[in-house]
Design a protein around this ligand. Sequence first.
Ligand SMILES: *Cc1c(COP(=O)(O)O)cnc(C)c1O
Length: 383
Amino acid sequence: MIPYGRQDVDENDIEAVVDVLRSDWLTQGPVVPMFEQAIADYCCARRAVAVSSGTAGLHLAYLAAGLGPGSLLWTSPITFVASANAALYCGAEVDFVDVEADTANMSVQALEAKLEAAERNGRLPDVVVPVHFAGLPCDLESIDELAQRFGFTVIEDASHALGARYCSRPVGNGRFADMAVFSFHPVKNITTGEGGIVTTNDDALAERMTRLRSHGIEKTPPLLSDDNAGGWYYEQQALGFNYRLTDMQAALGLSQLQRLDQFIEDRARLVKRYDEAFADCALRVVGSPSDALSTAHHLYVVRVDGGEAVRRQLYDHLHANEVMAQVHYIPVHLQPYYRDKGFGPGDFPHAEAYYAGALSLPLFPTLTDEQQDKVIRLVKQIV
Ligand SMILES: *Cc1c(COP(=O)(O)O)cnc(C)c1O
């Protein structure tokens, strides 16, 4: 069986986790801040706050941005449901901005048009969440200009994009956004099992997320109490969660981070092989990098001409031959839960047209040339 994505865990990774198992700390201990510093350094961000999943990271980033009942968040319909769901956790409302046909990233044109209409209607979004789909960065500079003009917070869902670069700097550096959220689920570019992290250059946002990830509890001064409080004393100052990452996970993440650049090189080499093999096929590849944008090559998504019927035939043929291709993503607004909120077919036509033909082929560092050749052969039997 060839999955569409999988982790690459080596002996050094395993040793790093085992070392923690022999230490005093299993839950959040000394390795978590080391991992946070390493990610902050890698992304050229001031701060990084590690959490138990990408979804937890989105939730805390949204709360830190002040999202709550009465506020409004816009994201892309072509994303994992968590980008939208986390806003609902905060009691906020969600709406979507249609995507660009060729990248499936949020369309800046559609965003600007929707913002102008929203300004006329008196209901601008508080937060906008661009998703760097398949690892290709969105047009952050243009989104930031709109953020200045219309006054909203930008939070990148960078779950696919650790290691990608925008304007020659790593995604997550905070130049054009307030926060960036990464996921370390095993299909992502590096893994901690479950896990996530939020980068930011804003100390106050980082402090708010740090407090919320551990029940809203503070142990270090200045506390509200008098100076004479005993050593046991702590204060809950907000309603937080248990969203902590463990030291075992952080050790795995630290070790994996050393290998990230190699992982991306391996992915790039496989992408080149796919591109060459499909040059003469009725397939369009989603999202190509340019000088300013370098992708993290998280997914290799093809779009078949002929729409849903051909995509289904291709998917079934691959699965019948034990190639577990996948579709990223069913547009979030078409999920039954979101239809119940009033969304439906036709709301975001580019996202729906993209979805009708999209298929993610296997792409991960340990995919062998023989396995990839099998995938290519099977695809060419249909397309
Ligand atoms: C994986 C992913 C998430 C959620 O991350 P988890 O770590 O699985 O919670 C959110 N958004 C996108 C775009 C993702 O790919």
